[in-house]
Design a protein around this ligand. Sequence first.
Ligand SMILES: *Cc1c(COP(=O)(O)O)cnc(C)c1O
Length: 354
Amino acid sequence: MKKHNFSAGPCILPQEVFKEASQAILDFNNSGLSILEISHRSADFVSVMEEARMLALDLLGLKDKGYKALFLQGGASTQFLMVAYNLLEKKAAYLNTGTWSSKAIKEAKLFGEVVEVATSKDKNFSYIPKSYSIPQDADYFHCTSNNTIFGTQIKEFPSVSKPLVCDMSSDIFSREMDFSKFDLIYAGAQKNMGPAGTTLVIIQEEILGKVSREIPSMMDYATHISKDSMFNTPSVYAVYVSLLTLRWIKANGGVRAMEERNNKKAEILYNEIDRNPLFKGFAAKEDRSAMNATFNLTNEKHKEVFDKMWKDAGVNGLNGHRSVGGYRASMYNALSLESVEVVVDLMQELEKKV
Ligand SMILES: *Cc1c(COP(=O)(O)O)cnc(C)c1O
């Protein structure tokens, strides 16, 4: 039986993508070869890379606006240091909204002064700080659009005169916004865009070349831009499966349609969390993430019963992260409304049972 997969990452991808991706392992484009055994310099793969880079910009409304898209390796975690390597000359400003922001801050400190403009650590990162000021002399401002672990999401981004850098690993392509506000966006593929193994980086080219340090080739965005994201062997298969997912997003109405679906899913789950006396939401209401909903039981004694119920119903990955406890429902683009309804029904069943 196919499970209802709420895994936080790597996570659910569209079933159509799995089918097409598995076919390409056996015979890619009727070439008589597997995608796993061809050169990354072959025409077939070069066109995969080019289409993926263009489609990523297209879906975000960033075509012909000075942006370059790259598919790199090393995960979003490598972007924590690459951002600072390439952009931090003296001082950078960071908003600390959770585990991933904290890790980004730690890496940036290796390269210069880091000003933490605000943090929500005082309440276990259950909200998004809103009033803070960004130092005039900061080289850039860094934030995390969606906090995968705590289930909070930035709804309104500050207007800044500096380069705006954002880790969008867990909500890229999930909602519409003016992406041209951002100068550098990065996202590990495995949350909402593809399998583990590649990281999308989108850069406004004019922000580069402003630091005085020498940057090793692999750490230098300019290297990857000049080689069309093929400076070294890219993660061929991860890029291909990401492309299939991007095509699926486009064919299903683009980011706007994803957002509508995601909002519907989030609404029915949060409504139940708020209605059902056995559950309570973890994140501040106005900051709730449409991607990762975090919630706890009001009485831990029901845990064993509820856990058995959802596991028996074919639900996967509903356990919360250890730093929040309780439950986390990750409702990425490919998760169906029906899967969310299954969990809502189980919550109601639990209420009747106890
Ligand atoms: C998962 C995650 C990361 C880390 O990604 P890796 O690809 O494992 O390095 C960073 N930021 C956010 C917001 C994440 O959800």
